[in-house]
Design a binder for this molecule. Structure first.
Ligand code: CMP
Length: 139
């Protein structure tokens, strides 16, 4: 397994409910190194661009409204097998299907408001990380 990187967002629902600390604790305990991190708020144009792959989906307007309604924590994380291991840590997209102990099982309310994002491939991790961070912000 190569050391590699993934990108995550702690979404507005997780921030609103005060779960930043608990989720970061799980991320640290699982062995991820924080490469970059910030509290930020996406604009409508940001969210439309970030989720462009979903623009034809019926949930797209709700997704953009949700992701722009308040601050998020954006971060790049590093670990062996980062993309796959992080998706295991966060659990299934729908928290109803998420395994016990996963971040979504613990902190997500619904498939739409699912607390946390994790990249689905090394290629998308690089694209999504670069969307939020300049090279000088990565350590
Ligand atoms: P994520 O997988 O991080 O990125 C796409 C997001 O779209 C997903 O999390 C959910 O927040 C949202 N999403 C995916 N599927 C649905 C759905 N069926 N209904 C509403 N929102 C969804």
């Amino acid at each position: 397994m190569a050391t590699n990187r993934t990108f995550t967002m702690l979404k507005p629902d997780a921030v609103e409910k005060g779960h930043i600390g608990a989720i970061l604790e799980k991320i640290n305990t699982a062995g991820f190194r924080i490469v970059a991190m910030k509290l930020t708020q996406m604009t409508t144009a940001d969210a439309q661009a970030f989720y462009a792959i979903h623009k034809e989906r019926p949930f797209f307007p709700d997704l953009v409204e949700y992701m722009t309604r308040g601050p998020i924590v954006a971060a790049i994380l590093e670990k062996d097998n980062a993309v796959e291991d992080f998706r295991t840590l966060i659990g299934a997209t729908n928290p109803a299907d998420a395994a016990e102990g996963t971040i979504r099982k613990l902190y997500a309310a619904s498939i739409g408001e699912n607390a946390v994002h994790g990249s689905d491939s090394d290629e998308n991790a690089a694209i999504e990380g670069a969307f939020h961070f300049a090279g000088r912000d990565m350590f």
